[in-house]
Design a protein around this ligand. Structure first.
Ligand SMILES: [Zn+2]
Length: 113
């Protein structure tokens, strides 16, 4: 499960933020996860819950925001919400879709105190 490696890098960044701010603990971690990011939000949350035990982020709250996928058609220029990377345009049926959101995997905020 590659979520564990991702969780470790998220936790490290959150702990770095606490250190930089001379904070004793991490209160909350906000994450943005795109529907196409390849990350299972529940698995990532579970991994974070496991590895933050015993760290200054022990009692932190994990807030995950799921970003829906959307793509712009290369033919008609309209936006639709694809189900997969290979979805056709919902307007003209063109297969030339550029994914413009849904691949996010980022920390939106870290609250420390
Ligand atoms: Zn189209």
């Amino acid at each position: 499960m590659h979520e564990l490696g991702i969780a470790e890098s998220i936790l490290n960044k959150a702990l770095d933020a606490a250190t930089e701010n001379n904070a004793a603990s991490v209160k909350a971690i906000g994450l943005k996860i795109g529907a196409f990011s390849g990350v299972e939000p529940q698995s990532l949350e579970f991994a974070l819950e496991c590895i933050k035990a015993g760290t200054p982020a022990n009692n932190s709250e994990i807030n995950i925001e799921i970003i829906a996928a959307s793509g712009v058609c290369g033919e008609c220029g309209k936006t639709s919400a694809p189900d997969t990377f290979l979805s056709l345009c919902g307007h003209c049926g063109s297969p030339v879709m550029e994914i413009i959101s849904g691949k996010e995997l980022e920390i939106s905020y870290v609250d420390v105190e």
